[in-house]
Design a protein around this ligand. Structure first.
Ligand code: GUN
Length: 285
């Protein structure tokens, strides 16, 4: 029987800690840390995510502003909104919810956000800092995974870590964070040969593929720690991860559930990044 790492419970604890730090920040600087979230168009999933981010800000005692723009908003108009937020003293974090409508170029928008307010950690300057280990902000989902491991007492140093998935948002930056914790890291992907054998080597196995039940029990070493980053819907429309949880869980020492695992931690780390960005900006005067 595995220990189930509850992202929901850990998030509650961490949001409590962030709430205290936000209150201290307010005492010191006379304002709350502030996050602006921009959403363009009507994507229903994005709307849910944005609402959750707004709610989390409230829970952490932070200021939050949601800017809802019409689907027809031009790239230039969106860039102007970002410019205004870049200049505002009361806004520490700017997040543009993705995906954007097809007529707006994602990279142009991301590059416009001031790196010091880039709480998603998508700006090339921040990605570069992450690569060299010289950073304040770590991307939210990978940072959430590390926090879950560390707070559960899972040692990373010297462990064989296998990350399945190489996305810019999860797989690649998570590999960097695990490496920084002195893990021995392998990144696997759709072209990897002998994927099963690679996974079987893992002390810590991270599934970030985006395919329901992709990681089956024959791919998991007994006693492994399994982290499931996937958010999929099964045939019945139920939320499920990338791991065949029912059959894999009995093999593991630790496992994260879906829902209630990595998902809530991602938003919690966004709150943490907003606080860190606020402290960094405020300390510079
Ligand atoms: N859409 C899905 N995930 C994310 C994320 O982490 N950040 C942003 N900005 N948009 C997303």
């Amino acid at each position: 029987m595995a220990v189930i790492i509850s992202g929901k419970e850990l998030s509650l604890q961490i949001r409590g800690e962030i709430g205290k730090e936000s209150a201290e920040f307010e005492k010191k600087y006379g304002r709350l840390p502030g996050l602006a979230v921009i959403i363009v168009g009507e994507n229903p999933a994005s709307k849910v995510y944005v609402r959750n981010k707004h709610r989390a800000c409230g829970e952490c005692g932070m200021y939050s502003e949601v800017i809802e723009l019409a689907e027809e908003t031009t790239e230039e108009e969106l860039l102007q909104v970002i410019d205004t937020l870049n200049e505002r003293g009361d806004i520490d974090g700017i997040l543009v919810q993705l995906p954007l409508p097809r007529h707006i170029k994602e990279s142009v928008v991301i590059n416009r956000i001031s790196p010091e307010k880039d709480v998603d950690v998508f700006h090339p300057t921040n990605v570069g800092k992450l690569t060299t280990g010289n950073y304040t902000l770590a991307p939210c989902t990978p940072a959430g995974v590390i926090e879950m491991l560390v707070r559960s007492g899972v040692e990373i140093q010297g462990k064989k870590c296998v990350v399945v998935g190489r996305s810019n948002i999860v797989g690649k930056p998570l590999a960097l964070l695990l490496l920084e914790k002195n893990g021995t890291v392998t990144i696997c992907h759709s072209r990897t040969k002998n994927l099963k054998e690679e996974c079987l080597e893992a002390d810590i196995l991270v599934a970030a593929i985006g395919k329901a039940k992709f990681i089956t029990s024959d791919m998991v070493k007994p006693g492994a720690v399994v982290i499931d980053v996937g958010i999929n819907r099964n045939e019945e429309g139920k939320l499920c991860g990338d791991v065949d949880y029912e059959n894999v869980e009995p093999l593991c020492s630790y496992i994260t559930p879906v829902p209630g695992g990595v998902g809530p931690m991602t938003i919690t780390m966004l709150m943490k990044n907003t606080l860190l960005a606020a402290e960094e900006r405020a300390s510079k005067g």
